[in-house]
Design a protein around this ligand. Structure first.
Ligand code: CP
Ligand code: NVA
Length: 326
């Protein structure tokens, strides 16, 4: 059966089959090639896209904006102080208004329930550009980068070290289960993912010969890994937890010793970014132990973080083209 994602929301990878995720990745690869060759198909010609942001963003915002421009659409940025969204107007009403004016809506914010509420009432596709719980467009870019470097996803050993409850960890776990990967969360027991989500991921993995392991033992978690992935230890909205997270996660920092523990000289390092990897930012100067990855690893030949970052454009473009493109 040919895959058709027209009109679908993109809130979490739970809602997508392996074939549908593969379809989005194939389309992303095609769109990247077209962009590199200067071919402009304008697959979103005349579309209007609302870009709703409650939290800051560099990559996601710019990827949506550039993807819109490349394909002939107009992207309208709506920041947290620009619209009402739950303040003076219900999310449901804003959803119905935006849905009358736009062909698709990107939402980045805090509560996952808000993006679900938008999707219930907008009448047009809603794409999740990050909530406290999930970050599914990020995972498409991560998987695209793994494909570019390793040639496949099935059986790939992907170890996420750090905050095992983060939105990226949650989405990677679901995506990895769907794609038949060997996924490990390597974290302090205090930061293990929700057991109900692990149960769901394991149910998906049972259909794809995937594997989901959760461990606090670094050697056990990273041995044989093809990919080491980390994210900041305190996500947006968790600034008051920075000191506590440093204490819990310092042993899980991605450094050369951890990379060597994989026993794989061709292991690649991925990070959604932004990242603390030196003391050149205001926050890392304030908390010198905040670095979830060392400068040495971040700048090493194993690090593919900027390819991954670029792939946000191609994958986000694929999501929009697949759901609202002509
Ligand atoms: N990775 C990511 O989503 O980055 P931004 O927060 O800059 O969008
Ligand atoms: N977990 C991070 C991801 C940023 C892209 C956060 O939510 O801040």
């Amino acid at each position: 059966m040919p895959i058709n994602l027209t009109g679908r929301h993109f809130l979490t990878l739970k809602d997508f089959t392996r074939d549908e995720i593969e379809f989005l990745l194939d389309l992303s690869i095609e769109l990247k090639q077209y962009k590199q060759e200067g071919i402009r198909d304008r697959r979103l010609e005349g579309k209007n896209i609302a870009l709703v942001f409650e939290k800051p963003s560099t990559r996601t915002r710019c990827a949506f904006a550039v993807a819109c421009f490349d394909e002939g659409a107009h992207g309208e940025y709506l920041g947290k102080d620009d619209i009402q969204l739950g303040k003076k107007e219900t999310v449901r009403d804003t959803a119905r208004v935006l849905g009358r004016m736009f062909d698709g809506i990107q939402f980045r914010g805090f509560k996952h329930e808000k993006v679900e509420e938008l999707a219930r009432h907008a009448g047009v596709p809603v794409w999740n550009g990050l909530t406290d719980r999930f970050h599914p467009t990020q995972v498409l870019a991560d998987f695209m980068t793994i494909l570019e470097n390793k040639g496949c996803l099935r059986g790939i050993k992907l170890a996420f070290t750090g905050d095992g409850r983060s939105n990226t960890a949650n989405s990677l776990m679901i995506g990895a289960a769907k794609m038949g990967m060997d996924f490990r969360i390597v974290s302090s027991e205090k930061l293990y993912p929700d057991s109900s989500l692990v149960k769901e991921a394991r149910a998906f993995a049972s259909e794809t010969s995937g594997k989901i392991s959760i461990t606090s033992d670094i050697r056990e978690g990273v041995t044989g890994a093809d990919v080491i992935y980390t994210d900041v230890w305190a996500s947006m909205g968790e600034e008051d937890k920075i000191a506590e997270r440093i204490k819990l996660l310092k042993p899980y920092q991605v450094n050369m010793e951890l990379i060597e523990k994989t026993g794989n000289p061709d292991v690649i390092f991925l990070h959604c970014l932004p990242s603390f990897h030196n003391l050149d930012t205001d926050i890392s100067r304030q908390y010198p132990d905040i670095c979830e990855v060392t400068e040495e690893v971040f700048e090493s030949r194993n690090s593919k973080v900027f390819d991954e970052s670029e792939n946000r454009i191609h994958t986000i473009k694929a999501v929009m083209v697949a759901t609202i493109g002509d």
